[in-house]
Design a protein around this ligand. Sequence first.
Ligand code: GSH
Length: 193
Amino acid sequence: MTMKLYFDPHSRAQVAKWMLDEAGVDYEIVPTLLREKAHKTPEFRKINPAGKLPALVDGRTRLFENAAICLYIAEKYPAKKLAPPVGTPARGRFLSLMVYSTAQLEPAMGDSMLRLRSNNSARGWTDFEEAKDAVERELGDGPYLFGAQFTAADVMIGSMFIYLRAFGGRSNRPRIDAYVERLQARPKGMRFG
Ligand SMILES: N[C@@H](CCC(=O)N[C@@H](CS)C(=O)NCC(=O)O)C(=O)O
């Protein structure tokens, strides 16, 4: 049975699509337009109770949240080498970066784009500048977060900065900007719209 990706081209569903495209697997797009509020219907909420895109259905498995979808695809298709294998030392850093991308980088960038200011560290994430420092440190000399190996962590972290660009922003960090250009130059790199 073909996997179904619930998708609007003007949404973060592009992140899950990028991952599926990098894995080179078959999937079907189920158009779910935000402007039609297709993501707020009772039927869609049976797949994603949060009423947000993306969501992925694979037979009897349902997934929501990009990080979960990317982890699932990397795990389902190990031959595609989109994650360090379970049991290898790099796996811990990989899992950490996957969660970091959505638990810290995404809200920090969201605050910055929306010009929300808070220096209350109790909120659970740093400000965007500190998040960029962390990404630069983890990227090192690259070209990807795991050196020469492109992984789902690049999809999750890189997509945040691609998204920033799509909204007219720049990281103002040459090393991150060069990383984003490398990611977008990939044949299946994430596109918007
Ligand atoms: N952390 C979530 C973010 C999902 C999210 O916020 N999706 C947006 C699209 S960019 C959405 O569905 N917004 C519509 C809404 O909340 O009504 C993920 O990565 O899946």
